[in-house]
Design a protein around this ligand. Structure first.
Ligand code: FDA
Length: 318
């Protein structure tokens, strides 16, 4: 209950333009930016990705921040930055894995322009790499529940055109098992997350216990023998070490090798766990955000763990 309230308050803080304007310019909050964000430019994001690869054999998914955009100028900026980071990743010889929110590329301005924008990014990735498999792709993040159907439809449309695209699905939603079954049948690449949004109980599991139980059920499906046969590529995106162990046990039981699936975590959250997984031979990726619009991303991370209240207090009362 407290966790739910805490998360909802942080989500409201993430969406408030006034709070964002204040926080992004306050000197006291800059350590939060340093914790969760690689830097303000694509070059800094790619440099962090290179360091992670060279030091720990950890891959990255680059994310230019800026969500729920309702202005065409910002949509154009987001497209330029996402496109630029694809070029920079290609120049330094790293795999190309770029995350995007549909609202960043126009969903709230005009839903009809989103597919063209996503198509251009996915085609650019496809042209830059010889292997457009699960490891090189445009990863569609999943936002609030109103975006579920549009995001899945967008994913399927690009996939049907043979483009390198992947989808995020959220364990907190009741519909997700059916959505995952459909993606397993399509042989897709899917990133499973618990979900960073709040939704009513008729569509979402209200307790952490139920969300964790649903995560296990989804992991069983993602790492099933049937999923392996269809060419499905599972990405287990969580900092929950019990779910890591659960996924590894399912993978071993169903004949998945360490290179047939991956774990993904967020920059700045439990980095020791990511390094330890990579050292054990697991495929690990970090979500690496860059850009100026860092407050919504950072405050969502704070909302994921009530113990992070201390971090927020430190930034406000320092
Ligand atoms: P949980 O919250 O149960 O945490 C597991 C453990 O990690 C706990 O010990 C906890 O204390 C610790 N922990 C987790 N988050 C922490 C934090 N911020 N600070 C400190 N400790 C923390 N969501 C979404 O709705 N749409 C999306 O597209 C994405 N995309 C995405 C990509 C990737 C790569 C990741 C890892 C996550 C997302 N998310 C997301 C966020 C996701 O839905 C979820 O909110 C967070 O991952 C936190 O949930 P965990 O699964 O880590 O479990």
């Amino acid at each position: 209950m407290f966790r739910h309230l805490w998360q909802s308050s942080m989500i409201a803080m993430a969406r408030s333009k006034r709070v964002k304007a204040f926080m992004q310019n306050a000197r006291a909050t800059s350590f939060l930016r340093g914790k969760y964000v690689a830097g303000d430019s694509a070059e800094k994001g790619v440099q962090r990705a290179l360091d992670l690869m060279n030091t720990h054999n950890i891959r990255s998914s680059l994310f230019y921040m800026g969500e729920y955009v309702d202005d065409l100028g910002l949509v154009a900026e987001n497209l330029r930055e996402k496109s630029g980071v694809i070029e920079t990743l290609s120049e330094v010889g790293l795999g190309i894995h770029v995350s995007v929110d549909p609202t960043q590329i126009g969903h709230h301005v005009n839903p009809d322009i989103v597919e063209g924008h996503a198509l251009a990014l996915a085609e650019k990735i496809s042209a830059a790499v010889s292997d457009t498999g699960a490891l090189n792709c445009l990863m569609l993040d999943m936002e609030d529940a109103s975006l579920n159907d549009p995001t899945i439809t967008l994913h399927n449309a690009l996939q049907d055109q043979g483009l390198p695209v992947a989808l995020t699905l959220q364990a907190y939603l009741r519909r997700t098992y059916a959505d995952m079954e459909a993606q397993v049948a399509r042989g897709s690449t899917v990133r499973l997350v618990k979900g960073a949004f709040a939704a009513p109980a008729d569509i979402a599991y209200p307790s952490q216990k139920e969300i964790k139980e649903n995560s296990r059920k989804l992991i069983r499906l993602m790492l099933s023998a049937e999923a392996k046969k269809s060419g499905f590529y599972p990405i287990i995106a969580t900092h929950d070490t019990k779910l890591h162990s659960y996924a590894m046990a399912q993978a071993a039981a169903n004949g998945w090798g360490a290179d047939d699936y991956e774990f993904e975590m967020l920059l700045g959250v439990r980095g020791d766990v990511a390094i330890s997984l990579a050292e054990q031979g697991a495929r690990v990726r970090l979500y690496v955000p860059f850009g100026h619009d860092w407050w919504p991303h950072a405050v969502r991370r704070i909302g994921e763990n009530p113990r992070n209240a201390a971090l927020l207090a430190r930034s406000l009362f320092k």
